[in-house]
Design a protein around this ligand. Structure first.
Ligand code: FPP
Length: 253
């Protein structure tokens, strides 16, 4: 099981081990260029490729990207269909490259809502890359943080029905072990592009002690330099995990 930031103090490293990203601003990038919003998503795939490669080079171990939230179904049907097609095409095209780069791909979220072909492609891509260990790339699709907490709670009650009579025995780890990314360490760095400053129901449990970085750069323009800027900002953060600055200084001396 991975360490919980509220139970033990994780080791802080210069390079974030787990980076999570909300890839926002595709629509505005396109609108600014008098293009349909969908053109922004197409360009967004190129940014995904660049960021995966750059994170691999920088020694990031886990990269998690929010590709489609449980709430994104509310978008116009045409845009949802284009996004689904992009997932299919990207999976078909990119899996060989991921394999070569030693990237392990996983997709988390309620995948039952996706068409069967997409579900099969996801399963095949996960299987094909399951022995890789250089970079763990996770795509969150039809994902919502509240959905995740709920599904983990339901699973815990199924596995341990005696908890209903003794709720005081329900611990943080019983729940955390059943979250859909239980195998990953908690995120060190959260990056949201596109200027908005909110979490949008992303990994709400796991973000408890994550450093939050917001940039106005639109996702299609987010490149290796923009990533380095975020990492430089991260290196300047003092990760106290509830302690005081004086305690940290004492530990380092
Ligand atoms: C947010 O921008 C972006 C999304 C909802 C989709 C993200 C998808 C991609 C980057 C492409 C596909 C990804 C993979 C992994 C194959 P927005 O549309 O909300 O932009 P706006 O805020 O400017 O309208």
């Amino acid at each position: 099981m991975t360490k919980s930031s509220t139970q033990t103090i994780p080791e802080a490293t210069d390079t974030p081990q787990h980076v999570v990203m909300i890839m926002d601003g595709n629509g505005r990038w396109a609108t600014d260029r008098f293009l349909p919003r969908t053109a922004g998503h197409v360009r967004g795939v190129q940014s995904v490729r660049r960021v995966v490669e750059a994170c691999g080079r920088k020694g990031v171990r886990y990269l998690t990207l929010f590709a489609f939230s449980s709430e994104n179904w509310r978008r116009p049907q045409e845009e949802v269909s284009l996004l689904m097609r992009l997932f299919v095409q990207t999976l078909e095209k990119e899996v060989d490259k991921l394999e070569e780069q030693g990237v392990r791909l996983r997709v988390v979220g309620d995948l039952s809502a996706f068409e069967p072909r997409l579900q099969e492609l996801i399963k095949a891509a996960e299987k094909r890359t399951e022995h890789n260990n250089t970079l763990h790339l996770t795509i969150a699709a039809n994902y919502g943080g509240r959905w995740d907490i709920l599904q983990a709670t339901r699973q815990a009650l199924r596995d341990l029905p005696e908890l209903a009579a003794h709720p005081e025995n329900f611990t943080e780890s019983i729940l955390a072990e059943r979250l859909s990314m239980a195998w990953a360490p908690e995120p060190d760095l959260f990056i949201r592009t596109g200027g908005e400053q909110r979490i949008s129901n992303f990994l709400i449990w796991q973000l408890a002690y994550t450093e939050m970085y917001f940039t106005s750069v639109y996702w299609p323009d987010f490149d290796a330099n923009a990533l380095e800027e975020a990492f430089a900002w991260y290196r300047g953060r003092e990760r106290r995990f509830g302690r005081t600055s004086a305690q940290l200084a004492e530990k380092q001396s």
